[in-house]
Ligand binder design. Structure first.
Ligand SMILES: [Zn+2]
Length: 245
């Protein structure tokens, strides 16, 4: 069996949905360049140790380049999630609860920064107020007080929370003059966070992708993925740890 996080694939153009589905499950899924250059795609896949997922005519060309065991033809008439299941089964890939959302669906990056609910509230406020040409000297800074843990977290409604192993976002990770931009130049996609989410009971933190800035949070979306893929998820260890006292 191959652990999901060690499984690397290159998806052909027509399989974008599949790539997103696989990333949801922690698989390193890269899109293979565009167009007809199959030789180049095969070269990239070989260099990076990726299995090629493709369909139709390109399959024959790519298989000729990389060999039968390194290339799979995916049924394009299936939905992305069905395709993902077929791929996982074919290559005997093991997926655990910890793998869910361990990669950004949008860009395949696996480096997140964790943001507390209060910090997120403040970031959203700052970014919605930075448009106006404020006079100089009125620098927006992150106050310290919001970093306090606040009231004890309630249990999430679905009971489905995952504490991913990543570090907390700190004020030093953000550019002083643009509070919604990481120092690496990635702008956090705060507009994608509905204000109502901030009031979700039990929601403790958000995860920001350090490459594309997409913001994720635990909740119904995550539960949905876990439900869709429950037959491929390894059932053994519960993701919920007993809270210490
Ligand atoms: Zn991303």
């Amino acid at each position: 069996q191959v652990p999901a996080r060690a499984f690397r694939v290159g998806c052909d153009n027509m399989l974008q949905g599949l790539a997103r589905s696989l990333r949801c499950l922690g698989v390193d899924a890269r899109m293979l360049g565009n167009g007809d250059d199959h030789r180049r795609a095969a070269e990239v896949a070989r260099q990076e140790g990726r299995i090629i997922l493709t369909s139709g005519q390109p399959f024959h060309k790519l298989r000729a380049q990389v060999g039968a065991g390194r290339c799979l033809s995916v049924d394009c008439s299936l939905k992305a999630q069905q395709q993902a299941k077929a791929v996982l089964k074919h290559f005997n890939v093991r997926v655990t609860h910890a793998d869910i959302f361990s990669r950004c669906q949008a860009c395949n990056c696996d480096q997140y920064l964790k943001v507390s609910r209060d910090m997120m509230k403040q970031l959203m406020w700052l970014s919605s107020h930075q448009e106006g040409p404020r006079s100089s000297g009125d620098k927006t800074t992150l106050s310290q007080e919001v970093q306090e843990p606040g009231p004890a977290p309630e249990a999430a409604p679905g009971g489905c929370t995952y504490d991913r192993p990543c570090r907390w976002l700190q004020a030093a990770d953000l550019r002083a003059e643009t509070p919604d931009m990481l120092t690496n130049g990635t702008r956090l996609q705060l507009a994608g966070v509905p204000v109502g989410v901030l009031r979700t009971p039990g929601l403790r933190h958000f995860y920001c992708c350090t490459r594309c800035g997409k913001v994720f949070w635990d909740g119904s979306h995550l539960d949905r993925v876990a439900t869709h893929f429950r037959d491929v998820l390894e059932s053994a260890p519960s993701p919920r740890e007993p809270s210490p006292a």
